[in-house]
Design a protein around this ligand. Structure first.
Ligand SMILES: *Cc1c(COP(=O)(O)O)cnc(C)c1O
Length: 397
């Protein structure tokens, strides 16, 4: 007999469970509310929910468009069989622009001729023109103007040149300009003066584009928060990400729309032990028991995307064990965290829900508040060694 113990796989360390019915539901709610086409944003692996599955659910819920940040993400969606309208907006220097132009599957409803790429500058338009010529195909180009975010997009001083180059390229047959768009800086603060300024700047860009002889088909400005809170910003379409996944785009300011968080993260207790007063917990003994208690070991850590800020001197995130909220105690380690069971008994193997939806379960928003961040970061960074599984709560009913 060998000394080697057999490798036993007892199933996943922890599971990210994504309810595709929640995504469908959220898209239906948003689409109904805004009354214009919805561009579902599925970048960064669908905000951690799985890009291809999230995209399918969003389409099933009525999203007319999908959008990603990078060209690679858009190509992955095409490779998954998605043939509908698709926008991407983050070109890296030297990115192969020929592939997105070629990855076109004509579908009758939209006669999509490829992936819509976004140009911020004349130099990018020049590169797209070269790619279009090389593949012998007209590109679909959307123009992004910077109206005050000071991130991607053409700065105002360059709009006239950008639009002139875009019009010339259209005449030469390099592309069709299919959209003009911009992005808000402060849409989660509806009263912030930047919102009005950006919307006025966007209207100025639209007017200048028209003066330049362009007829961009689709005008879009709003992300989730603006789509919900600022009807004047809806224009021809809205780009919704976080709300599609059921999280609040403007916590404390969004009316109750009945959005349902699609992601639940769960695992099991790996160990339960008793502590005496004075026992320090985890690295640095940053938490010391001041009374007898029980603690449980949760086998996930920052290696799995649990923010180390989930425990800090100012507070801690909570998990649900046996339907009760239990705070994290002591430093979050790479592979594990300890939670305070308050003297209650619990068994190894008892279910631990880190966050999700439903009664008694902490939300990603709760985690964001405990960690001093936003719900976007909580769901997008989670992963590591966890497995992702999909359920459909409407089909199971
Ligand atoms: C991520 C992103 C969105 C989606 O924003 P949400 O706040 O998640 O709705 C929209 N537009 C752009 C340009 C983005 O980068």
């Amino acid at each position: 007999m060998s000394d080697q113990p057999a490798v036993v796989r007892e199933g996943p360390l922890a599971e990210i469970v994504v309810d595709v019915a929640a995504i469908r539901h959220n898209v239906r709610v948003l689409r109904e509310l805004v009354g214009v086409p919805l561009i579902a944003v599925v970048k960064a692996d669908g905000y951690g929910h799985g890009m291809v599955e999230a995209a399918r659910a969003a389409r099933d819920g009525g999203a007319e468009w999908l959008a990603t940040a990078t060209v690679d993400e858009a190509l992955t969606l095409r490779a998954s069989g998605y043939a509908g309208p698709l926008l991407c907006w983050l070109m890296l220097p030297g990115v192969d622009l020929e592939r997105p132009l070629l990855e076109g599957i004509d579908v009758t409803a939209y006669s999509v001729a490829g992936i819509d790429v976004t140009a911020y500058s004349v130099a990018e338009l020049d590169a797209i023109a070269a790619a279009a010529e090389a593949v012998g195909r007209r590109a679909r180009v959307q123009l992004k103007v910077d109206t005050g975010l000071s991130r991607g997009g053409a700065p105002r001083s360059t709009w006239a040149d950008l639009f002139a180059r875009a019009r010339a390229g259209e005449r030469e047959g390099s592309w069709k300009v299919t959209g003009l768009w911009s992005h808000f800086a402060c849409s989660d603060e509806p009263d912030h003066p930047a919102n009005d300024r950006q919307e006025r700047a966007f209207l100025a860009a639209v007017a200048l584009a028209a003066d330049s002889g362009l007829e961009p088909g689709l005008l879009h400005l709003a992300n989730s928060a603006a789509a919900v809170l600022r009807p004047s910003s809806r224009f021809g379409a809205v780009r919704c990400g976080i709300a599609v996944y059921g999280l609040d785009p403007a916590p404390g300011r969004t009316p109750d729309l009945g959005l349902v968080p699609a992601m639940t993260v769960r695992t099991r207790l790996a160990l339960v032990k008793e502590l005496a007063p004075g026992d320090g917990v985890s690295y640095g003994h940053r938490w010391v028991a001041d009374r007898p208690t029980t603690v449980g070991l949760v086998p996930v850590g920052y290696g799995d995307g649990i923010p180390r800020h989930a425990f800090h001197p100012g507070g801690s995130a909570e998990v649900a064990v046996g339907g009760k909220r239990r705070p994290i105690r002591g430093s979050v380690c790479m592979d594990q965290v300890m939670v305070d069971l308050g003297g209650d008994t619990a068994a190894i193997g008892d279910e631990v829900v880190l966050f999700g939806s439903g009664p008694g379960v902490p939300t990603a928003q709760d985690w964001a508040e405990a960690c001093g961040t936003i719900n976007y970061e909580i769901v997008t960074r989670i992963g590591g060694r966890m497995t992702r599984t999909y359920v459909d709560s409407e089909a199971d009913r």
